[in-house]
Design a protein around this ligand. Structure first.
Ligand SMILES: *Cc1c(COP(=O)(O)O)cnc(C)c1O
Length: 387
């Protein structure tokens, strides 16, 4: 494994060996008793990871974008008013997706690196007749983290359904779906859930399921329609075979394993570990003279960091050097500033050794690129946080 590189991007991430061996089991029938059991277990564990004891989980073959699509298309009908609260790239995606299904979208965009102020959200909700709001927990293009709790409260106060895009946060950032009153929390397998790409995952509240049941018009997307999938989820959970579309058998077995690992660690311990690693990265970047996109620690994600390149450093060259040093990082994603910054994913199985190795690779690459700073300050700053 001498040529193995450490994959430190915001998904896919480094996966636990047990998850990869679960994935490599012989593929069984999608109606085999052991598979039905795995599927049911995974759903029951999702409720614990999402902290949504009475929620309805869905496990689909697809990516995070499918989970966004499924949540939106089942909850809105043509002409419904939706408030999209955006902190970057994925907020815009949600708006485009909703427009496609005929929603009337109002778009609130934050300044780069900041969140949309709560007063602004409340002012908009006061204007009335919104059916739904969407927001992104961690926008993967900026590493900005939005606190879901007060937004969940506002949605309850104004009787608006809420969808949280948690693709870059579920099982990394603190989420208490039911306590916080959020109607749908969605994600994808390849991020903090720790399973190779290919699963779209979401948990819907009772209220969301009722709104869907009382629709006046059919769901505008055949594949995503909960009428097709709810009976399948219910069958799997009660231990019965069922079929609508073939599930991603091996990925579901890997999901079962990963959720076990997540729950063995414990949600609070896991949230705290992500916080700690993120702080180590932020302090290391600051010590080396790099500025992070999020304007302060309060709005900084625990699952990834997004520092600007320092003056004189060209992105492509630096990322290529980091790769030579054995670590894979991601470039920028937000179109306005795409070439000005890079992204480090630190979620899932991330540990101290990964953190220090990554910072060290960045440090060496910055030095080789001509950035002037005291050698070793990055690793030292991280060690101070970690010890
Ligand atoms: C990655 C990501 C998505 C899209 O997920 P895909 O699996 O790439 O479709 C959506 N929202 C956020 C916040 C993400 O990080």
């Amino acid at each position: 494994m001498k040529s193995r590189k450490l994959l430190m991007i915001p998904g896919p991430i480094e996966f636990e060996p047990e998850v990869l061996s679960a994935l490599g089991q012989p593929t069984t029938s999608h109606v085999a008793p052991n598979f039905i059991q795995s599927f049911g277990n995974a759903m029951r564990m999702m409720r614990k990871v999402w902290l949504a004891p009475t929620g309805q989980p869905f496990i689909m073959a697809g990516t995070g974008t499918l989970a966004m699509d499924m949540a939106a298309v089942n909850l809105i009908e043509k002409g419904d008013k939706v408030l999209v609260i955006s902190t970057g790239y994925f907020g815009l995606r949600y708006a485009e997706l909703l427009l496609r299904y005929g929603a009337e979208v109002t778009f609130l965009q934050s300044e780069v690196g900041d969140v949309v102020p709560l007063e602004m959200i409340e002012d908009e909700l006061k204007k009335g007749d919104y059916k739904l709001l969407t927001f992104t927990h961690v926008d993967t293009s900026t590493a900005v983290m939005v606190d879901p709790k007060p937004i969940g409260k506002l949605a309850l106060k104004y009787n608006v359904l809420s969808i949280l895009d948690g693709v870059c946060s579920v099982a990394g950032e603190e989420i208490r779906q039911e306590e916080w009153g959020i109607d749908v929390v969605l994600t994808a397998s390849q991020k903090a859930i720790g399973v190779p790409p290919g699963l779209a995952l979401l948990v819907a509240s009772k209220k969301a399921m009722n709104v869907w049941k009382n629709r006046k018009t059919p769901v505008a997307n055949y594949y995503s329609d909960w009428s097709n999938w709810l009976p399948i989820m219910q069958a799997y959970e009660s231990g019965n075979p069922s079929y609508f579309g073939t599930p991603a058998v091996n990925l579901v077995m890997a999901l079962e394993k990963s959720l076990e690992i997540i729950l063995d660690e414990g949600m609070d311990v896991r949230f705290a570990r992500h916080q700690l690693m993120a702080k180590a990265f932020r302090e290391a970047m600051k010590a080396m003279g790099l500025k992070n996109i999020p304007i302060n620690d309060e709005v900084s994600a625990a699952t990834l960091s997004a520092p600007y390149y320092p003056d004189g450093i060209t992105g492509g060259q630096m990322l290529a050097q980091v790769n030579i040093e054995g670590v894979i990082l991601a470039g920028g994603l937000l179109p306005e500033i795409k070439g000005d910054y890079f992204r480090i994913g630190h979620m899932g199985s991330i540990n101290r050794a990964d953190t220090l190795a990554t910072i060290s690779a960045i440090e060496v690459s910055l030095k080789k690129g001509g950035h002037i700073f005291e050698e070793g300050v990055g690793v030292k700053a991280a060690q101070r946080v970690l010890s």
